[in-house]
Design a protein around this ligand. Structure first.
Ligand SMILES: [Cu+2]
Length: 344
């Protein structure tokens, strides 16, 4: 089958080449210059430009309609809503500029197509035009940058809520560990020299604050509508903590602690009922069914977004956003589990 397709393509190329030869020969018989397009050619090319423009735009809008449902769901964090606004404003601007410039480009290619009677206009320079295409993009870019900076400063400011929760995300090749403060509400200091089989994240044993810290793997919980301050660390190479549904990402750099804070605004259960997510999961599960895999439910994810090695793709953790009550219940369970572990 593949061979047949390749053969068909080769034959088509040969056919096209022969056709061009015939046209060239017929021209030389008519005593026309072979390489010089005549008015008929120019008319044809001009109209082809318009046809291309229409097909190009149809393809553009078809893509949005066809793939639009597979993008990220609406932001699930307070600042994520701002980022989405910024994104939408940028995309709107880009789309309008794209449509206008391409319409003009292909329309002018048609309108000013060659005619044997045409004479070129001598047009060396225009200050007015130079001014317009310098000032308009400058204002547009300044607008984008000023709004971006304003939001960026809000997003990266330190967490201020009194009842904020501090979660440490510890990255190593190739998994994540989340660390919560114990009853004292303080994360213990760390020391890389104390990393061992039983002390995976290197909690400093001389710091009492760390004795009741709680380590969680595979999934971690956070309460809704509460400021969460994340502190990121890495053991080996640069990883990046990426939580796409919350529009959050921060590099985890060996030897330093990086920060990111956000407030989740929808619990996992609420997000599973969101119409966009319902549709997205039905698309996902249809694909999984075809592949013979079982259906899955939506979950918030923490992913690694830096190519950090062979199993980078597998470096992820589920995030469960709970109601405050459910979070407290989960936390008590983790504390009991940590105590039993320590007793053993
Ligand atoms: Cu990684």
């Amino acid at each position: 089958m593949k061979l047949l397709i390749i053969l068909a393509i080769i034959l088509l190329v040969i056919a096209a080449h022969q056709l061009l030869r015939v046209i060239e020969l017929s021209r030389s018989l008519r005593k026309e210059v072979e390489w010089k397009p005549n008015d008929q050619d120019n008319n044809f090319m001009g109209k082809t430009m318009i046809v291309f423009l229409v097909l190009f735009f149809i393809f553009f809008f078809w893509q949005i309609a066809h793939w639009g449902a597979r993008t990220l769901p609406p932001a699930a964090s307070e600042h994520g809503v701002l980022i989405d606004q910024l994104w939408d404003a940028n995309m709107l601007l880009i789309t309008v500029v794209f449509l206008v410039t391409n319409t003009l480009l292909f329309y002018f290619a048609y309108k000013y197509r060659g005619k044997s009677t045409n004479k070129a206009t001598y047009f060396p320079h225009s200050n007015k035009l130079e001014m317009i295409w310098t000032v308009v993009p400058a204002f547009a870019l300044a607008f984008i940058i000023i709004f971006g900076l304003k939001y960026w400063n809000q997003i990266t400011a330190p967490a201020e809520d009194k009842d904020k929760i501090v979660v440490e995300l510890y990255a190593k090749q190739f998994d994540w560990t989340a660390r919560y403060a114990g009853k004292d509400g303080k994360l213990g200091e760390t020391d890389y020299r104390q990393i061992s089989g039983t002390n995976a994240v290197g909690i400093d044993s001389t710091d009492a604050n760390g004795h009741d810290d709680i380590l969680v793997r595979n999934e971690f919980h956070i309460p809704v509508n509460t400021e969460i301050e994340f502190r990121m660390r890495s053991r080996d190479v640069i990883h990046s903590a990426y939580m796409p549904h919350f529009r959050a990402q921060m590099n985890c750099v060996p030897g330093m602690v990086t920060f990111f804070k956000f407030k989740a605004i929808k619990t996992t259960e609420e997000m599973r009922k969101d119409p966009f997510v319902v549709n997205l999961m039905s698309i996902t599960n249809k694909i999984r069914e075809k592949e013979g895999k079982e259906a899955v439910e939506f979950d918030y994810l923490l992913l690694c977004n830096k190519i950090c090695g062979a199993s980078h793709y597998n470096m992820q953790m589920n995030i469960i956003v709970d109601t405050p009550e459910a979070y407290r219940a989960w936390m008590i369970k983790q504390r009991i589990a940590a105590k039993t572990m320590a007793a053993k």
